[in-house]
Design a binder for this molecule. Structure first.
Ligand SMILES: Cc1cc2nc3c(=O)[nH]c(=O)nc-3n(C[C@H](O)[C@H](O)[C@H](O)COP(=O)(O)OP(=O)(O)OC[C@H]3O[C@@H](n4cnc5c(N)ncnc54)[C@H](O)[C@@H]3O)c2cc1C
Length: 343
């Protein structure tokens, strides 16, 4: 039986653990934090989307995003509707009607399901929008995932299938001998393994060190602003008027944003103020909105052309699993890891 260690219980590691645990393997999942999904996954917007990307993405990339929508639909069914946040798809609009139309047509030509909606239809779909644009594109199949909750569900499913879960313990290094990985080093012990999957997000290079120097992972910050309001909810993921916003299952509103350079506390304070003002402008009927948190997450990026899953040269059994956008691609990454490990 294979002895497999997965380092990291973010959405990538949790998805791998869930997929691997269905096979007859001896699986251990280790995360330095106190529970699953507390790394960058906790700060994720969690949109499973083609619409958020440019419509001229390479064919293989576009197809893998379409595939991800199917993957999450299946996963949601498997978990009794608990993986995806309730949503009726995504509503997207550009700076003007022509831009929205062009965007919608290009996405439709690539295989997305897209419906055009005029301002009256949009107002009926999301009555809180104060000044609906003349035209918006509705992507009814697109989904959103509350990522930290999904990580908890996926790791729990692995645990029920006999995986061992170790939280609050950092992996300090890899045991390698005779051209093979032999296990991982924790503070007080070593865990033996014949396969080690490094799914440690932006921290993966620290673990790989000299063993896999050509990892090509970089970090890119982005922010998630969470808000609460009295009696307010969106039934779609919305990307328009410079705002990427949706409701979480728990009723919170979340907004994804890029971040400027500067001191972190200042960035957070500025973003809180800026997003609150934007929300009040786009949804003027909102009552008592208040920002509850601003989190800055460091997203792991791979250099263009790198595979989502790569095996180390010269160290058998060592696998790196990382990607951006990691939530979208997590099921595909998990399938690829299973193929490498189990065949
Ligand atoms: C604001 C924002 C919006 C985003 N929106 C989207 C989106 O809409 N769609 C999308 O697909 N993606 C989105 N992303 C990106 C996505 O969130 C990430 O790509 C994804 O969460 C990465 O998951 P991961 O499992 O690789 O990393 P992580 O969630 O960081 O998981 C890695 C885990 O490894 C653990 N770890 C690290 N080092 C060690 C060690 N030495 N020992 C043990 N454990 C270790 C960490 O504790 C962590 O839990 C967004 C990100 C942000 C910040």
């Amino acid at each position: 039986m294979h002895n497999i260690v997965v380092i990291g219980a973010g959405i990538v590691g949790a998805s791998i653990a869930h997929h691997l645990s269905r096979a007859n393997v001896n699986l251990t999942v280790i995360d330095a934090l106190e529970g699953p999904g507390l790394g960058v996954s906790a700060a994720s917007f969690g949109w499973i989307t083609c619409a958020a990307g440019a419509p001229d993405l390479p064919e293989e990339v576009y197809q893998s995003r379409l595939q991800a929508i199917d993957d999450y639909e299946r996963l949601d069914d498997e978990f009794g509707g608990q993986i995806c946040a309730p949503s009726k798809g995504a509503l997207v609009w550009g700076g003007n009607e022509a831009e929205t139309l062009d965007w919608a047509q290009q996405h439709e030509a690539r295989g997305s399901v897209v419906r055009l909606v005029n301002s009256a239809a949009l107002a009926a779909m999301e009555p809180m929008i104060g000044d609906p644009p003349a035209l918006a594109a509705h992507f009814p199949r697109e989904k959103a995932v509350d990522v930290q909750d999904a990580c908890a569900l996926l790791t729990r499913s692995a645990y029920r299938a006999n995986a061992q879960l170790i939280f609050g313990q950092k992996v300090f290094g890899l045991e390698v001998a005779g051209g093979r990985v032999k296990g991982v080093r924790l503070m007080d012990r070593t865990i033996a393994a014949d396969h080690v999957v490094v799914a440690a997000g932006a921290q993966s290079p620290e673990i790989l060190g000299e063993v896999m120097p050509d990892h090509s992972i970089s970090m890119s910050p982005a922010a998630l602003v969470s808000l609460r309001a009295d009696v307010f909810g969106l039934t779609h993921i919305i990307d328009g008027d410079g705002l990427e916003i949706r409701s979480r299952r728990n009723g919170e509103l979340i907004i994804a944003s890029g971040v400027e350079n500067g001191p972190e506390e200042q960035i957070k304070a500025d973003l809180a103020q800026h997003m609150l003002a934007k929300v009040c402008r786009v949804f003027p009927a909102i009552i008592n909105p208040r920002v509850t948190s601003v989190e800055i997450g460091r997203r792991p990026f791979l250099a263009d052309g790198r595979p989502l899953v790569s095996s180390a040269d010269g160290v058998e059994g060592l696998i790196l699993a990382a990607s951006h956008p990691g939530v979208i691609l997590a099921p595909e990454i998990a399938r690829r890891v299973v193929n490498i490990v189990i065949g």
